[in-house]
Every structure is written in structure tokens, then in C-alpha cells.
Design a protein around this ligand. Sequence first.
Ligand code: XMP
Length: 317
Amino acid sequence: SWTSESFVDSTIRDLKFRLGNDKVVMALSGGVDSTVAATLIHRAIGDNLYCIFVDNGLLRKNEFESVLASYENMGLNIKGVDAKEQFYTALKGLTDPEAKRKAIGKTFIDVFDHEAHLLSDVKWLGQGTIYPDVIESVSVKGPSATIKSHHNVGGLPDFMKLKVVEPLNTLFKDEVRAVGSVLGISPNILKRHPFPGPGLAIRILGEVTAQKVAVLQQVDDLFIGGLRRDNLYEEVWQAGAMLLPVQSVGVMGDERTYENVVALRAVTSIDGMTADWAHLPYSFLADVSNEIINKVRGVNRVVYDISSKPPATIEWE
Ligand code: XMP
């Protein structure tokens, strides 16, 4: 029968056999899947696994620094790459959600490809693909099926010609978490909410700029920090804030303000395919709304999204 322990043992044994003394390159995202996959491969081949963690400038506040530090603490052979400006440049002038996704995907491949070429003699590409990603990338073929282009799977430039190693491609998310826990990965990473590859870019409706990212990072940090403080973080499946391209009138002291609106979104879900809006306590919403409006310059109104998926989606873009 399947146990996480037996999966870990047999997978490490198989990886040792398959990979031998070959070098593997792998991009890490800070998420559960890539972290667990990298840890398994690292257990098998040690520093022949070269991990790359890209700062796309679209991560949560302080996320790049803190995740990079935990990877280093875990003993992974990891290189952090600051590519913020490259991503902001690629996003300049783009407002269409799919165009933004494509620009981010392409820039990511450029950055990763450049980094991979700095290593000599790499034979394999490691990936954190899990079973639902495999299913989704097979089924996302028809025009109507491509609701949003996910680029977690594939997307390799042809000339790299690397063989792919995906130790988690038979597992579901809960099994990945169980395996991660056997591997001693911190609950901080294992219990983390899902976060989209294009990051805050698809939570800033319209054009993305470094200034808007900075505003949204503060809002998101207050929202997520509040959820943690009030022990609500683990009650919801995913949460985040959207910066709307809408200004509204407000009043501060004797002054009339005309500033941005943010929408908070928190959902309960099993797998992200369907979702219900999380019925967060009014007192929590009241506190976090006050905190955001008082602390974040440029935001004078907070709304809470009470749409379910379907027909709405989790993200707004
Ligand atoms: P939606 O908005 O489609 O989101 O209800 C379902 C889940 O997928 C995430 N998501 C993405 N993840 N690249 C990703 O890696 C994307 O382009 C993307 N779009 C949405 C979303 O955060 C949610 O967890």
C-alpha cells in the first residue's frame, strides 16, 4: 500500500539510478510542488541539482528574500536571480490579461534559459509537475477549454533539449504535502496558499508598474498578515488582493481624496476548479479594511469579493 515514507524511499532510489552523475537544473517558485520535487531530487543527487529562483518583481512583499533564505537553510544548491526590471519592461503598456501572461512566460523562459546556459553539461530539467497539471495540460486543447493559459507545464525552448524529470507527476496535492512533511519541509512552505505563476501582475488590473506592485504588496501583506494573526489563514484555500483600475472619492480630515479601490478575495475550495467565497467574520473584514485604508497611501476604499466560481474565477484576470 502507498505511504509517503515508501514513496520517498522508492523515489529517491529511482532518481539515483536514473540520474546517476548527471546534472539537473530546476526553477523553484517558493510553492509546495517545486520545493518538494527539488528536495527529493536533492536527496538523490545532492549539489548536482542546480536550483534557480527568479525574482520577477511580482511576488508578495519580502517573499523573494525570505523564500531564498529558507531554500539556503534547507541546503539546496540555489541561485537567486533578480530579474525584476526585465519583467517590468516586458509588461510595459500591456493591459490584456493573456498578453500579460504571455509576456511573463516568455521573459521567464529567457531568464531561465540564460541561467541554464551558464551551467555546463546539464542533462535534465527538473519540474514540480503534479498529476492534476498533467491532466490539465492534456485537456486544455480545445479553444473553449483554454480559459486561462497556465504555463506550469512545458514551454521549454526547443534548443535546450533537456530530458525532463518530474518526481511528483503521479501525485495529488495532499499527497505532495504528505511527502513534503516526511521530507521535513517546514509547514510554512507546505501550508502556503497557491499563488499564480504570473503573480501580482494578474491582480493589478490593467497595466503593471513597479509603483502599483509596491501598493498592492502592502495591501496584500496586511490582508494575509491579518488572516494569519486571526488564525484564519488555514481556513481559506487561497486569498489575495486585487488593485482595481478605478478611483473613487473619499474624505480624509477636511480633504476630499480621489484614490484607488482594492478588492479582497478569499475562497474556500478543494482543488481550485470550483470555489466559494470565504465567509470571513465581519469584525475581521472591518479591521483589515481600516488598516489598509489608514496605512496604504493611494488606497481609499476596500471591497470584498462575494462571487463564487463558477461563474466567476478566483483571479480577476
Ligand atoms: P482561476 O482564476 O482560473 O484560478 O479560478 C484557479 C487557480 O489557478 C491559479 N491561476 C494561475 N496559476 N498561472 C498559474 O500558475 C496562471 O496564469 C494562473 N491563473 C490562475 C489561481 O491563482 C488559482 O489558484
